[in-house]
Design a protein around this ligand. Structure first.
Ligand code: ADP
Ligand code: C5P
Ligand code: MG
Length: 192
């Protein structure tokens, strides 16, 4: 079983990736690797990259791939599982190209959670996890980075027929029903 990447298009932050990953882990036995969670843990561990990671997150910028890929590789090696759900990665072309050249792994498919900026902003502002980037100024920067940097990556995967689009504005249970359809052998809808 190969690696499964998980991310979404410009409707990125707050679209419900973490929420649905928890459902997928429970239902399908994947190991959930969130690039953002790994970066926050690395920052909090007092590592030499801590300050740089902290600044990048507060500004909504993408941390250099070498740092994030090392954390992902370490997490992959630490588990016996061979099924991974990678959440929030790749975020830009550099992330994608570097990960594929270092690991030689390509995703089976990519879930794209389609959600309006308005709804994502509402969710982020009520997430209440004490995150330094869930404030309106940083949220605007994160959307901009998502549009500029993540769009080319989703287009790349779309050209390979790997993108599965899901309406993420619906309630959690309905979104999960759509996610389950993507895991079914027939494979869900291919994005236009
Ligand atoms: P992401 O990982 O994409 O940033 P999260 O899974 O952390 O998003 O979700 C952001 C917030 O929105 C959380 O507070 C979560 O409980 C809530 N949420 C997630 N999915 C839905 C949904 N389908 N409908 C309403 N709220 C949701
Ligand atoms: O995915 P999540 O919302 O948890 O990401 C939070 C932040 O972590 C991003 O806005 C970005 O600053 C950083 N990040 C990154 N590279 C990734 C994933 C997240 O730099 N691949
Ligand atoms: Mg998340």
């Amino acid at each position: 079983m190969g690696t499964l990447f998980f991310f979404n298009l410009f409707c990125g932050p707050g679209s419900g990736k973490g929420t649905q990953c928890a459902n997928i882990v429970q239902h399908y036995g994947y190991t959930h690797l969130s690039a953002g969670d790994l970066l926050r843990a690395e920052r909090d561990s007092g590592s030499e990259n801590g300050t740089m990671i902290d600044n990048m997150i507060a500004e909504g910028k993408i941390v250099p791939s070498e740092v994030t890929i090392k954390l992902l590789e370490r997490a992959i090696l630490e588990t016996d599982n061979d099924k991974f759900l990678i959440d929030g990665f790749p975020r830009n072309e550099e992330n994608r190209a570097a990960f594929e050249s270092v690991t030689g792994i390509e995703p089976e498919f990519v879930l794209f959670f389609d959600c309006s900026e308005e709804e994502m902003t509402r969710r982020l502002l009520s997430r209440n996890q004490g995150r330094t980037d869930d404030n309106i100024e940083t949220i605007k920067k994160r959307f901009k980075v998502y549009m500029e940097s993540s769009l080319p990556v989703i287009e790349y995967y779309n050209s390979k027929g790997k993108v599965r689009r899901i309406d993420a504005t619906k309630p959690v249970e309905e979104v999960f029903d759509a996610v389950k359809a993507c895991f079914a052998p027939s494979g869900g809808t291919i994005a236009a």
